[in-house]
Structure formats: C-alpha cells, structure tokens
Design a protein around this ligand. Structure first.
Ligand code: AHR
Length: 495
C-alpha cells in the first residue's frame, strides 16, 4: 500500500554527533521549582530526602539521564548574589524574588546544595551568572570559589564551608535575557559587557570554561548578528536562543482543557523552532564557518495559563499529550541540526512550565514530557543519520503543518534509533522508510500515546500515560512500514 509519508534514511552518511547536552534541563528559583519541587530541607517528616533534596526526584532524574542542569535562573539569575547562599544557614540573608511573585527567598538552597545535587545526578552544572545587577568581581569570585584548587581567598572560603575539592564547573552563562529581564540592554552594549565579564572569568586546572552569551529572543536575528560580529570568538563558546511555544502572551490558554485550534497554534509555535535554528545558524555560519561557536537553546517549551487556583507568578501548569508531541517534534529539530545545536534546556525541570516532574507534598508524578525525554535519550552521543522526508500535512482551517517529524541516529553499539512524532490530532500516519547504506534484521520499538490529546497524569492516576511496547513496524528487504497513531511519539530500534 502507498504510504502517505516517505522517508529515506542514509545509514552510512552520518557525520555529526548528537550532543547529549541537547537533553539538558533548567531549574530556577521560581514558584515551586526549587523549594518544594527539589529541596524540602532536611527535617521534613513526610518526604524522604538526601541532604534536603527529595529522594523521589533524585531517583527519577537519574533514570532520565539528564546531562546538564541550568541554575539559578532565568530572570532570577540577574538578581542573585551567590555569596548570600553559602555558609551557615542562620547567617544567610533573605532577598525578595522580584521577578516571581515578590516572595521572600531565604537562600537555604545555594551553591553547595546545587553543585552537590548535580554530582548525585551525574549531571554537569550550568551556572547562570549575574551580569544584570552583579559585578565582574562577584562573577570572577564565583568561578574561583567553584573551580580553583590552589590557595586563594575564595578556595579558602569554600573549604571553610565544608568542600575541600573544587566542583570544576564548565558551563557558565554570562547573564540571562540581557535584552529583557537581564538589563534591557541593546546588543552592542551587551556585547561589550560580555567581553568585560568574560575577560575576568579564568579557566583553572583542567577545566576550560565554556562561556555562554545571552542570546536572542525568538526571531531577533540582529541580536545574533551583533554578538557574532562584536565578540571575539576565542572568548565565546555559545550563544543561547530562547523560544517558548505560547499561543498569545495575553491569552495563553489552559494547559489541559484546550481546543484543537489552540493545540494547532501551539504546534505552529513549536515548529517555528525549525526556522529559528536554521536562520540563527545561517548568521553564525557567516561569521563562524568552522562552527567554533555553538548555538544552544537554553530555554524552550510550552507556556500556558497557570492551573486554576495557583499563584499566577509561579507558572505551575499541567502537562498533556500536547506537551509530549511538542517535545518529540522539538527534539527531532535539535537532533537534525546537531552540527550547530549543541545544548538545549527544557523549561523547567519540576513544577514550572513544561515540567518533566510535578510534585504535591509527598507525591510525585512523571509527565508525558518526561517519558518522551526518556524514550529519546537513546540518541545521546550517537551519530545523527541524515534523512529526507516527504510528509502528509496536518490541516486546520486554512493552516497547515507537516504531520510528521523524524530524526535518527546510530549509537556506539551499532543500533540505529528512529524517532517519529505524529502531531496530527485526528489521523494516524502510515510511513514507509527506505533504509539505505546498512542491512537490518530486526526492529522493535516503544510508543507514547493516549485516548485524547488532553490526557495527562494526575496525583490520583499517575500512570495513565506511560510508554508501551510498540509492534506496529514491519521490516522486509530493508524497507520499514510503520503506522503511528494520531498525537503520538514512537522510537524504533533497528539492529
Ligand atoms: O522560564 C521562565 C522565564 O522565562 C525565565 O526566567 C526567563 O529567562 C524567561 O523569560
């Protein structure tokens, strides 16, 4: 039978590695992300913890294999003074979290807590430095405090606070959204500031700092142009794009009771990532044809209205099959652009925006997005296999989008993985995949799907949506036939 969708997979033409850092996450002092979601303190009678961090969350994140975790913001980062969060708890000052609800922050979760957590998770920390309201000295000191193994005032202070050896943090953001909450700067001004801060952030020992500039918002191509033009590339490792899938900033719509029209618009916004990554990369190619500087997308995801009855500044939203297909589609885009896109951070890890984990007192649930991130993590550090795709269109009114997105890779053991995301709300996709350049003998897979697009996991029914074995693929003469149900995500393994 003629399939609606035709893919040609070139199994012998892989050149570029899919960086595991595309699977990064983001944790901000915002709402219930850090306090409640991650950190509940050491003496919580109901919730088991390790050094004050929820054990259930640690276990779930270890299973997810998260490669890096960004902290402490977001907008919060440019108000954060790291020295407030070290030393005896009783001596730590409080601050007001002005971006997120003016709540009083007691600084009980600080540098040691975060970096020790990263060690437990086996993840690399990504520290977002305060450029908007901090000082060059303050950020240079933070680098020394976390990374210097010799004798210095900062390493002495670290040791006095109980940590002998440095953590050797590689990833450093120099400000966040410098065009907005990070200082409302113009790109030329920020480029100069960046140069100044970067000059005093010194690599020590074996840890070469990877310096990340606050990049563009969405389609602000001029921002990328100026940064690439004005910052010497030997002091710039990456520029960080932000793109959220928002229907309308004034009317974002509900996270669960959305219509097909709202779903379609969310998918349109998410699919824009393809164009954004392509166009920002094109500008980078002009200044950096050898791809020395990476494009990273250190904030992405769906953004809806908060759950009814919750604090509007806390950005707590539920997570449905809409989020699962959004994640599958976006990861396919990043993977296909892995030559330039080397890192991405889903916003945010627990209880905020498109979270992989939601908590309610002692209960914790994994969202559909968690399951997609887990299913796709087989691609981490594998060789991306180029493919061509002809796809059916998902049409609504006079709008249309490709119904199917796909990416593929071959891992070190020689297993090929193909990820397919069908965003169509009503129609299954029949796909025929021509496997060229390798011989395959077997196929198996996993699927994430549900009865309705709005389905989600709840604290009462935490496993309504979870991956299942998928038997809908047949392999014959190196031709693969697959049928993917509406709004579902499939990952195939071929040997
Ligand atoms: O993720 C929530 C906020 O969105 C971040 O703090 C900010 O960087 C972005 O505008």
């Amino acid at each position: 039978m003629y399939a609606q969708n035709q893919i040609v997979l070139n199994a012998d033409l892989g050149k570029h590695t899919i960086s595991k850092h595309i699977y990064g996450h983001f944790s901000e002092h915002l709402g219930r992300c850090i306090y409640d979601g991650i950190y509940v303190g050491e003496n919580n009678p109901k919730i088991p913890t390790v050094d004050g961090v929820r054990k259930d969350v640690i276990d779930a994140l270890i299973k997810l294999k998260i490669p890096n975790l960004r902290w402490p913001g977001g907008c919060f980062a440019d108000t954060y003074h790291w020295k407030d969060g070290i030393g005896p708890l009783a001596n730590r000052p409080t601050i007001v979290n002005t971006w997120w609800g003016n709540v009083t922050e007691n600084n009980s979760f600080g540098t040691h807590d975060f970096l020790n957590l990263c060690e437990k998770l086996g993840t690399e920390p990504y520290l977002s430095g305060n450029v908007g309201s901090g000082t060059v000295q303050e950020l240079a000191d933070w680098v020394q405090y976390t990374n210097f193994d010799g004798v210095s005032p900062m390493s002495k202070l670290r040791k006095e606070n109980g940590r002998e050896k440095p953590w050797n943090v590689r990833f450093w953001g120099l400000g966040n959204e410098a065009w907005g909450c990070g200082g409302n700067m113009k790109p030329e001004y920020y480029a100069n500031i960046y140069r100044q801060y970067a000059t005093f952030m010194t690599s020590t020992g074996n840890t070469r700092l990877y310096k990340i500039a606050s990049g563009a918002s969405d389609a602000d191509y001029n921002w990328t142009e100026v940064l690439m033009r004005d910052i010497p590339h030997n002091m710039l490792d990456a520029v960080a794009l932000h793109h959220y899938s928002v229907i309308d900033w004034n009317k974002k719509g509900p996270s669960t009771t959305f219509s097909e029209d709202q779903y379609f618009t969310t998918m349109q916004r998410a699919y824009q990532m393809e164009e954004l990554v392509t166009r920002h990369s094109n500008i980078m190619d002009k200044y950096d044809p050898n791809k020395r500087v990476d494009l990273i997308v250190d904030e992405w995801g769906g953004w809806y209205d908060v759950e009814p009855g919750t604090n509007g500044a806390f950005l707590y939203q539920q997570n449905t099959m809409r989020d699962a297909v959004l994640a599958g589609m976006t990861l396919n885009i990043f993977q296909n652009h892995c030559e330039r896109v080397k890192m991405a951070n889903l916003a945010q890890i627990v209880n905020v925006l498109q979270a992989v984990i939601l908590t309610k007192e002692e209960k914790m649930i994994l969202t559909p997005t968690y399951h997609v991130m887990e299913m796709y993590n087989v691609h981490q550090e594998a060789t991306m296999l180029p493919l061509t795709i002809q796809t059916n269109q998902y049409k609504l009114d006079n709008r249309q989008l490709p119904a199917l997105t796909c990416s593929a890779s071959k891992n070190k053991e020689g297993v090929t993985h193909i990820s397919l995301t069908n965003i169509h709300a009503r129609e299954a996709q029949e796909i025929s995949i021509d496997l060229r350049g390798a011989k395959y003998a077997s196929v198996n897979g996993r699927i994430l799907t549900a009865a309705t697009l709005q389905d989600h996991n709840t604290f009462e029914n935490p496993e309504k949506i979870k991956p299942a074995a998928y038997n809908g693929a047949t392999l014959s003469n190196n031709q693969l036939k697959v049928k993917v149900p509406p709004f579902s995500v499939v990952v195939l393994a071929l040997k």
